[in-house]
Design a protein around this ligand. Structure first.
Ligand code: C5P
Length: 222
């Protein structure tokens, strides 16, 4: 194989996107942040005042929506109907609503289709919850990243501080636990480690350590 499909799954704030971005850059692969797609449709649903569980209305909106990624520095930019929503999709309101929208089967069918299209062109690092189990069941390498809830809350606390957001750690822990619960217990493609995924516990690891370990696993497949 000359270009791999790499799936990186795991619970909220385990460092998936940070690591996936760095790996994609290192190998010259496309990075696809599937969480950003679920967040984008959730933002639009909130903006249009649609109930978070109104599946027919949301699927209708999704059919008239475009979500695109464009290169940006330092981060990839996310466009919803050609508007830059890179920051807007990270708001607390979107974060705390997205799991409800992402549980709707019609939403998943639509976005999974788009994700498979993105991956069909070759070298890709895709992060999410169901990449190894559902989106790319034949991925060349499947990673399942985990870290303790307290470590994940602490990482988010630091990220937030840089953005001027000061939600208490205990609240972040509760939010993370709630989102994990919802993502793991939904009927369609819940968050679960694929049988052939390699689990990496990042609680005590630096970002560089994790990138090095995954890079080594990739080199072994090339
Ligand atoms: O990865 P991120 O935290 O940005 O994902 C936001 C939410 O999108 C998750 O909590 C989950 O509800 C949903 N999601 C999903 N399947 C994916 C990626 C994200 O259901 N592949």
């Amino acid at each position: 194989t000359d270009k791999l499909q790499v799936a990186i799954d795991g619970p909220a704030s385990a460092g998936k996107s940070t690591v996936a971005k760095l790996i994609a850059k290192r190998f010259g692969y496309v990075y696809c942040d599937t969480g950003a797609m679920y967040r984008s449709i959730t933002l639009k649903v909130i903006q249009e005042g649609i109930a978070l569980d109104d599946e027919p209305a949301i699927v209708d909106v999704l059919n008239h929506t475009t979500i695109d990624f464009k290169p940006g520095d330092p981060n990839q930019l996310v466009f919803l109907d050609h508007h830059d929503v890179t920051n807007a999709i990270r708001s607390e309101q979107v974060t705390n609503s997205v799991s409800t929208v992402a549980a709707l089967p019609g939403v998943r069918t639509n976005l999974v289709d788009q994700q498979r299209n993105i991956a069909s062109h070759g070298g890709v690092v895709m992060d999410g919850r169901d990449i190894g189990t559902t989106v790319l069941p034949d991925a060349d390498l499947k990673i399942f990243l985990v870290a303790s809830v307290s470590e994940r809350a602490e990482r988010r606390f630091k990220d937030n501080a840089e953005k001027g957001i000061h939600t208490p750690i205990k609240e972040l822990e509760a939010e993370i636990a709630t989102r994990d619960y919802k993502d793991s217990h939904r009927k369609v493609s819940p968050l679960v480690k694929a049988a052939d995924a390699i689990e990496i516990n990042t609680t005590q690891m630096t970002i560089d350590d994790v990138v090095a370990e995954i890079s080594k696993l990739m080199e072994n497949k090339l």
